[in-house]
Design a binder for this molecule. Structure first.
Ligand SMILES: NC(=O)C1=CN([C@@H]2O[C@H](COP(=O)(O)OP(=O)(O)OC[C@H]3O[C@@H](n4cnc5c(N)ncnc54)[C@H](OP(=O)(O)O)[C@@H]3O)[C@@H](O)[C@H]2O)C=CC1
Ligand SMILES: O=C1O[C@H](COP(=O)(O)O)[C@@H](O)[C@H](O)[C@H]1O
Length: 503
């Protein structure tokens, strides 16, 4: 692996502590960091190298998935870390930084490859990028890369402006936009699930698939992020990025052993084939909602508007469900139902592919059969299950066959992504084309929400979301699969669906 200097803006912040240092440590232990590796942490706080190293060690103790059993290993890891005070708006700090980096590169004999990782608020991205260019930090004889965190813009126009500004200092090939869902091992698996499995490939189209459901439900509420979240809502926080990325990853049809360019090309084609919603279509295809008070795990939970820092009359969405159609050869006529929400009954990110009924569907349903399902559990648990029908005591009975279970040692999304950024593999980073197309598709939804053209429904904290999201599927004769519900309701749902299939 090529030598690299990892220049970390926001080294004193929360993301660095909780995700970046533990991910780097795990890569180090797994032998996946270059032998010649140096990290320079940056922030306004007046920290020494020693204090910084101690704080990194502490973050490993608090957040690493590995126990720190070998003090020499930890020491060897943190010895690669240095700290420098830098105020993002002060140009002289970048000159000083250039001196420090050049000195480290020369002392360690490093090829001057520089990875600039912006773990800071998005309002700083353009200032940092232009200061990197102007100070000479970006004029290196080695390669340079810019890694940025979401959010990438607030709407289509601001995203375009941000991209235009960044592209004055970095080329598209040098920009690595993190969407941490793309780092989840199961999301990365979606790419090969279809292309490397002829059985699935044969079934992967509108001929056999009735609908696809993508869910990311969270039990957490707004937490301490009121200032951010009350301005973005579920539509910008999760839907525009993570949810649409999962849709792309599921819907692409790739040649076997595709490279990064092909993956990105096919993802873009999926986005181009999404049937656009006009502002007036939004009401019929999108459900927005906000959590009201309720209970989770037996404990009472506040409603969204009673959370600290949230406006008492906030119209912000904490839940969104949408019906999306892809107008291409493979998916024409297959509805994709996508939903995400906070303060739901359980933490689960999953995809369920529901297959069409067999030709003799009436008899299979009357005898107790159920649709075949491919259930991909993405996180926090991992698994792939296939639901088939078997016969028991003369009656059909759905059984779930476990095809893949989580291994204990799953690398964190950030480990996968940081490693890919270090080796320059862009496959699982969001290309600008995808980001722009995603904003363009979402923009009418933002406009309709803004103008209150879509009702803001309510759902009880600790529930599976608003009844209107169930109705969105029921209109097409479907229901959400694998929601944890009380049994009587689950039975009713199965009955209703069976009746529909039996005509
Ligand atoms: N935390 C998380 O789990 C996630 C965060 N993100 C994104 O990552 C980014 C960072 O988030 P997070 O770590 O939580 O934020 P924090 O507020 O915890 O940290 C912000 C960092 O930015 C630095 N900073 C702020 N202003 C300046 C300045 N003027 N000059 C130099 N440094 C500055 C701070 O350093 P100092 O105070 O020392 O100046 C600090 O290190 C954001 O874009 C966020 O949206 C994305 C996904 C998850
Ligand atoms: O990006 C974000 O993701 C988290 C959910 O991530 P997960 O890996 O735990 O599923 C979400 O809580 C947060 O609001 C959002 O900004």
């Amino acid at each position: 692996m090529e030598p690299v200097t990892y220049v970390l803006f926001g080294a004193t912040g929360d993301l660095a502590k909780r995700k970046i240092y533990p991910a780097l440590y795990n890569l180090f232990v797994d032998g996946k960091l270059p032998d010649s590796f140096s990290l320079i942490g940056l922030g306004r706080r007046d920290w020494s190298d020693e204090y910084f190293q101690t704080s990194v060690e502490q973050s490993l103790r608090n957040f690493s998935r590995r126990e720190l059993v070998n003090p020499e290993l930890v020491q060897s890891f943190i010895s690669k870390f240095r700290y420098s005070v830098l105020d993002i708006g002060r140009t002289e700090d970048y000159k000083k930084l250039l001196g420090i980096i050049e000195e480290r590169e020369s002392t360690l004999g490093l090829t001057p490859n520089r990875l600039f990782y912006l773990s800071v608020g998005p309002e700083y991205f353009t200032t940092i990028a232009s200061n990197i260019a102007e100070s000479g930090l970006g004029s290196t004889a080695g390669w340079k890369r810019l890694v940025i965190e979401k959010p990438f813009g607030h709407d289509l126009q601001s995203a375009r402006e941000l991209n235009e500004q960044l592209s004055k200092s970095f080329t598209e090939d040098e920009i690595f936009r993190i969407d941490h869902y793309l780092g989840k091992p199961m999301v990365q698996n979606l790419e090969v699930l279809e292309s490397a499995n002829p059985i699935i490939q044969a079934l992967w189209s509108n001929r056999y698939i009735a609908n696809v459901q993508i869910t990311a439900s969270e039990t957490v509420g707004v937490e301490e992020r009121a200032g951010y979240y009350d301005h973005v809502g579920a539509v910008r926080d999760m839907f525009q990025n993570h949810m649409l990325q999962m849709l792309m990853m599921l819907a692409i049809h790739l040649p076997h052993n595709s490279n990064a360019q092909e993956v990105r090309k096919h993802k873009k084609q999926v986005m181009e084939a999404l049937i656009p919603l006009s502002k007036s279509d939004v009401r019929a295809n999108v459900i927005r909602a906000q959590y009201a008070e309720g209970s989770l795990g037996g404990n009472p939970v506040k409603g969204y508007r009673a959370e600290p820092g949230i406006a008492a009359a906030s119209m912000n969405d904490t839940y969104i469900a949408a019906k999306i159609q892809i107008d291409d050869f493979f998916w024409r006529g297959v509805p994709f139902y996508i939903r995400t929400g906070k303060r739901m009954k359980e933490k689960s990110t999953r995809i369920v592919v529901e297959f069409k009924e067999a030709l003799n569907q009436a008899s299979s349903v009357i005898n107790g059969g159920a649709p075949n399902l491919l259930h991909i559990e993405i996180s926090p648990n991992e698994g792939i299950m296939l639901q088939l029908n078997t016969k028991e005591n003369g009656e059909l009975k759905p059984v779930q066959i476990q095809l893949h279970e989580s291994s204990k040692e799953i690398p964190e999304a950030y480990e996968n992504l940081i490693y890919d950024a270090l080796v320059g593999n862009p496959t699982f980073f969001a290309h600008w084309d995808e980001v722009e197309l995603a904003w363009a598709w979402v923009q009418p939804i933002l406009d309709a929400f803004q103008d209150n053209q879509v009702p803001l429904h309510s759902y009880e904290a600790g529930s599976n979301g608003p009844a209107e999201a169930d109705a969105l599927l029921a209109e097409d004769g479907f229901h959400w699969w694998f929601d944890t519900k009380d049994e009587s309701k689950e039975k009713q749902q199965t009955k209703r669906k069976d009746e529909e299939y039996a005509y």
